[in-house]
Design a protein around this ligand. Structure first.
Ligand code: PEP
Ligand code: MN
Length: 342
């Protein structure tokens, strides 16, 4: 339930409503808008429904939120999409965010070359995995803290904010020292203890859709992060498992407009992991951009033939600028702009 206070409501009146909400064991989430303060009452549905707040001083009106996710719902933000600032780069609204970089951090040379190329072409955020969720336990698992140091160096050299995956809460501290955005991989989308810790860490998050997750499950996962007070969650469609075997996953582009009907959170697309093949990355990125995605996260490598991980799907650094320009043109069809190079 969402309690919209009057423009003239006093702090005491807001506090009185909060007390009333908390009295039935629910949580009160206060958000101060330009004109109105809105209080989200989150908790047991029945207890909250029995609260009679309409008549309390300072209350303008009460809106029931019918979805199981509350803080993630578009209703909760009064039909306004969220825009976040990540190191001076905006995501959401009319901004199209280009996130690019290698699948995994392999070496200083590889990381710095990739970073310089994507920066030069005009990407806003740099990706690079130091902890890798590999299907086989015998595959390369990432450079760990050594990789994070290289990512920090790439950030220093280019000035780009960086995103990297956190797989295990035990690695939170070193990740927090480097990451401007924390990525939760598809395989961890429903790792609720991890989501809760990330929520408490208060750093922007890219939350990837699980391989077989429904959109409502993705939104409930986001709710775990939001519930801890971390409002900066970016949802990422990265392909789901279907019966089709002609490509790695099926990129669910319908997720973009459907998520946008239900949530205020930005929605980006990862065409690289969905396709598993370089030739599909550009058409799928353009389609995602034209469908209204708030950005893409794409893998780029200086020498994909010798990449340790995901070589066949990584764009070559030499083709990245052309790729970006094409995606930019598609994004403009949906009224979004890639920010000018910083
Ligand atoms: C990744 O982005 O590095 C990754 C492993 O993606 P996903 O979790 O979507 O498979
Ligand atoms: Mn990868």
């Amino acid at each position: 339930m969402m309690i919209v206070m009057k423009e003239s409501a006093t702090t005491d009146q807001v506090e009185a409503v909060v007390r009333q909400v908390e009295h039935v064991g629910a949580r009160a989430h206060v958000s101060k808008g330009e004109l109105h303060t809105v209080i989200g009452a989150i908790g047991d549905r029945e207890h909250v429904a029995n609260l009679e707040l309409d008549g309390m001083p300072g209350v303008d009106h009460v809106v029931p939120i019918t979805r199981p996710y509350k803080l993630a719902s578009l209703q909760f933000k009064r039909e306004e999409y969220s825009v976040f600032d990540i190191g001076g780069r905006k995501v959401g609204g009319n901004n199209f965010m280009m996130i690019a970089g290698p699948c995994t951090i392999e070496s200083r040379d590889q990381m710095l070359t990739a970073a310089a190329a994507v920066h030069e072409a005009g990407a806003q955020l740099l990706r690079g995995g130091a902890y890798k969720p590999r299907t086989s336990p015998y595959s390369f698992q990432g450079l760990g803290e050594g990789g994070l140091r290289l990512l920090a160096e790439a950030r220093e050299e280019t000035g780009m904010p960086v995103v990297t995956e956190l797989m295990d809460v035990r690695d939170l501290e070193p990740i927090l020292e480097v990451a401007d955005v924390i990525q939760v991989g598809a395989r961890n989308m429903q790792n609720y203890t991890l989501l809760t810790e990330i929520g408490r860490a208060g750093r922007p998050v890219i939350l990837k859709r699980g391989l077989s997750a429904q959109l409502e499950e993705l939104l409930m996962a986001a709710e775990y992060v939001l519930k801890e007070g971390n409002e900066e969650v970016i949802l990422c469609e990265r392909g789901i498992r279907t019966f089709e075997s002609g490509y790695r996953f099926t990129l669910d582009l319908m997720a973009i407009p459907v998520l946008k009907q239900h949530t205020h959170l930005p929605v980006i697309v990862d065409p690289s992991h969905a396709a598993g093949r370089r030739d599909l990355v550009l058409p799928m990125s353009m389609a995602a951009a034209a469908a209204g995605a708030d950005g893409v996260i794409v893998e780029v490598h200086p020498d994909p033939e010798h990449a340790i991980c995901d070589g066949p799907q990584q764009l070559r650094t030499t083709e990245f600028e052309h790729y970006l320009r094409q995606v930019e043109a598609a994004a403009s069809l949906a009224g979004k702009e890639v920010a000018a190079k910083v």
